[in-house]
Design a protein around this ligand. Structure first.
Ligand code: GDD
Ligand code: MG
Length: 361
């Protein structure tokens, strides 16, 4: 079986992290966002993952060999010469999808969604209804920024409405599809939206079904949703493999610490904290609802709350970082600074307080 992952755009909403790496390589939990997807696909029996990109970030190319080895799956890049939307890239990669694919099936994933990927059940459901496509769906409170699905009992989709202006329902497209290869022939070789042009037509032809996800789901393309997604991801780790989470008198709730990180026993962590590779968290630090990425050092007595700290940062002593601050790679926070809601660009030093949320440093 094959899979195609749609990687478009420039990850502008996850800046400043995406100044240094493309969005799929931003770490989420214990690995890059893309690796969560590749791992789930490989485990479901996918032999080749096609990355559909409209610009080719060198960092992505460099990482692929390593990913192929870790996940034992072939990874191919399919490059568009103009953005082809969410369906055009499927048509463009037709030969890759069809080659050596006796299953006649392929997955399509939006690259910015995270969940437990119940792919075996998804495949079973798709084969049982026998039609051309299945969309994985979830329920959200505000469906207006998503594709909304109206379906019958049993899952047949009657309507698919992308970004509805008026309330249609709150079951939404989770951005993960399983399609028969015959769907490729529904798509012309030009920029095309699968949500606006292909799915409504497939629904009208009674060829589209929905499989509702139980468990968590999140589009983590923006900092606020990234942290919310991290909380849900950690809950899922707690439910499935609790031994991976940290425990001890100074740990509260769900905390994931890379084994190579050094956390001083007097630091208080949690709930909902991820500490990356080779990080050093000094004495008396307090970290809540936060990610600290690879190689960052917090010298001591600092508070980081509700924020995303990029890789290779130095956090001096008695620093306070809060309010959805996002720092890029190699940022230095000087002793005692207070930073609230800032976006800190790569290689910057933060030497004075930044208390107006939304400030770019
Ligand atoms: N290769 C390629 N080329 N990929 C693209 C292009 C393109 O021209 N345009 C968008 N993509 C990729 C994005 O990188 C992302 O992985 C996916 O296609 C969807 O695009 P988004 O820009 O993230 O769309 P969205 O979040 O507004 O809405 C989509 O996702 C929702 C779930 O998060 C839709 O699929 C909605 O129906 C869905 O509910
Ligand atoms: Mg999205």
């Amino acid at each position: 079986m094959k899979a195609l992952i749609l990687i478009g755009g420039y990850g502008t909403r996850l800046r400043p992290l995406t100044f240094s790496v493309p969005k799929p390589l931003v770490f989420f939990g214990d690995k890059p966002i893309l690796c969560h997807q590749i791992q789930a696909l490989a485990e479901a029996g996918v032999t080749e993952v096609i990355l559909a990109v409209n610009n080719v970030p060198p960092a992505l190319i460099e990482s692929l060999k390593g990913f192929e080895e870790i996940y034992k799956v072939k990874i191919t890049i399919s490059v568009e010469y103009e953005p082809m939307g969410t369906a055009g890239p499927i048509r463009l990669a037709k030969d890759h999808i069809l080659a050596d694919n006796p299953s006649g099936l392929f997955f399509v994933f939006n690259s910015d969604v995270i969940c437990d990927y119940p792919l075996s059940k998804f495949i079973e459901f798709h084969k049982a209804h026998g039609k051309e496509g299945t969309i994985l769906a979830t329920t959200v409170e505000d469906p207006s920024k998503y594709g909304v699905i109206v379906h019958r009992e049993g899952g047949q989709i009657d309507r698919f409405v992308e970004k509805p202006q008026t309330f249609v329902g709150n079951k939404i497209n989770a951005g993960l599809y399983l399609l028969n290869t015959s769907v490729i022939d529904r798509i012309e070789l030009k920029p095309t939206s699968i949500e606006r042009e292909i799915f409504p037509k497939m629904a009208a032809d009674e060829q589209l079904y929905v499989f509702t996800l139980d468990g968590y789901w999140m589009d983590i393309g923006q900092p606020k949703d990234y942290l919310l997604g991290q909380k849900l991801f950690l809950q899922s780790v707690r439910a499935r493999t609790p031994a991976r989470l940290a425990s001890g008198p100074t740990i509260t709730g769900d905390v994931l610490i890379d084994p190579s990180a050094h956390v001083d026993p007097s630091a208080h962590l949690g709930p909902n904290v991820v500490i990356g590779k080779d990080c050093v968290i000094g004495p008396g630090c307090k970290l809540y609802n936060t990610t600290i990425m690879e190689g960052t050092k917090a010298q001591g007595y600092s508070l980081v709350e509700g924020s995303i700290i990029g890789w290779g940062n130095t956090i001096g002593k008695w620093v306070r970082i809060s309010g959805l601050t996002v720092s890029a790679e190699d940022v230095q926070f000087k002793d005692e600074v207070i930073v609230n809601g800032a976006m800190v660009c790569p290689h910057k030093g933060v030497t004075t307080n930044v208390t107006n949320a939304g400030t770019i440093v």
